[in-house]
Design a protein around this ligand. Sequence first.
Ligand code: SAM
Length: 273
Amino acid sequence: MEFVISPKEFQLFREYIYETAGIALSNKKVSLVQGRLSKRLRQLGFSTFEEYYEYILEDDSEVWRLIDAISTNVTSFFREPAQWEYLKAHLQKIRQKNPKKRLRIWSSACSSGEEPYSIAIFLAENLPDFHEWDIKILATDISVEILKKAQRGVYPIRATENLPSYLLVKYFVKKRNERDEIVHEISDSIKKLVTFRIFNLIYGDFSLFSNPFDLIFCRNVMIYFDSPSQQALVSRFAKLLKSGDLLLVGHSEALTKNKEEFLLLQQSIYERM
Ligand SMILES: C[S@@+](CC[C@H](N)C(=O)[O-])C[C@H]1O[C@@H](n2cnc3c(N)ncnc32)[C@H](O)[C@@H]1O
């Protein structure tokens, strides 16, 4: 059976998604919402979107399935190659600025974990005195389900196929999963650098972060937010960084409104002024 979302139903979902995740859906997204939610309606045995909407209001845990269905969790190891190249040179600056060898990094929409684990592997590979550093990577996302996956750190072959084999040998453990497929699990030495937490970038309480970060990744999530929400979020990031620290965004994202706080160094790489 094909489900069709009415304008009134679309409006209900649109408002609800904006109020819970800050995700702004334009009228062009009607077919996306209809397509992505139809599967769930079918699973739950509903015949209209309104019935599903009522169900979401009653069941807290369904909210996250809804957000998961609407936003994409697509990610990959060492995504945005130009940024990693830039960071290699930036490490010198980090070393000079941190004589105590203490590094705090935030991967703020971490999805299934490839981003924060890439950060940890990158540091292990590129900081010559890596073992002397006190490194903590905070990895957050709005989705409980995706965070569970991230925490497990177990990836199918297709997620790791572009990684050089020496990295696989050093930082992953090859295993077989319950379906007898070969998977790669992040090694404990990398896992222990990353702490996963749920955090909503639009409605979360930023006063929870009592200490600043040295580096913030906020990649491929701001595209979902409207301009005022993006601007407010970037200002909150500004308060958590010191002059000279970096904010990394996705390649198709640009900070157009926060010119007094951030300087564009290179596409998708911003420096706190
Ligand atoms: C496309 S993934 C980006 C993953 C990674 N940063 C990257 O660039 O590969 C977007 C992630 O943003 C999360 N997300 C969406 N809205 C959010 C919000 N309001 N607060 C925190 N995370 C959010 C989604 O759950 C999803 O995992």
